[in-house]
Ligand binder design. Structure first.
Ligand code: CA
Length: 226
């Protein structure tokens, strides 16, 4: 279990780390005071949940949230000061999963984090899936084939997950984009095509002549068993 805390108040980080470790001895906590670094860490370490303070020294917490939501659906619990109801509304509209006002009760916050993690585990495939010669593990963002492990980016992972769940059906451009970007899908398919190309470069023997991720011209994509 991995928690990313993006918060510039060291006392809060220390207190939360202590509480989490009491409740969950095996938990891994990664913390940063910088929003930019928080976004990078979310991509590189794929935490199970993110605790995000809205008042950060470099960029606004809401900006961090919006940028996170372009590539990730990791649950985000937002922390903000007590009289700041407007930013809570904005945060929820920008994709926050839950919020807590400061000063907060630590055990309540931990209970909320636990609930987010359980909900996420229930909605996503936990165990690896087998697809003839491919083993796909959503939680590790990994495809194992021909005795090698291929690591996917967050977006490639969401794309592949959707295609494998819908196999053998064609997933149209908009369903696929919505599975990746949720409500933040802007209606364009160019970005999707770029990610499909990267994914093919990783898993197809000849990316120009795909044999796993097939195109249904003008409609979308579908998988065939290699
Ligand atoms: Ca702050």
């Amino acid at each position: 279990m991995k928690v990313l805390i993006v918060e510039d108040d060291n006392k809060i980080i220390t207190a939360l780390t202590y509480c989490f470790q009491l409740v969950w001895p095996t938990i891994e906590i990664v913390a940063t005071r910088w929003g930019e670094e928080g976004i990078n860490l979310a991509e590189s370490i794929t935490p199970d949940v993110i605790i995000l303070d809205l008042g950060l020294p470099d960029i606004d917490g809401l900006e961090v949230l919006k940028r996170l939501r372009l590539f990730s659906r990791i649950p985000v619990l937002v922390l903000t000061v007590n009289n700041d109801e407007a930013s809570i509304v904005q945060a929820l509209e920008s994709g926050a999963s839950d919020y807590v006002f400061k000063p907060f009760r630590q055990m309540e916050l931990i209970a909320r984090v636990k609930r987010l993690i359980v909900e996420r585990m229930e909605t996503e495939a936990g165990a690896p899936m087998f697809f003839r010669s491919i083993t796909y593990d959503y939680s590790r963002r990994a495809i194992t084939m021909n005795n090698s492990i291929i690591t996917l980016s967050c977006i490639e992972n969401e794309i592949f997950n959707k295609l494998i769940k819908e196999y053998p059906y064609v997933v149209n451009y908009s369903s696929l984009s919505k599975a990746v970007w949720g409500d933040y899908y802007d209606g364009s398919i160019d970005t999707l095509k770029v990610h499909i190309r990267h994914l093919r470069q990783k898993i197809e023997e000849e990316p120009g002549k795909p044999r796993i991720i097939m195109t249904k011209i003008g409609v979308g994509y579908y998988l065939v068993k290699p």
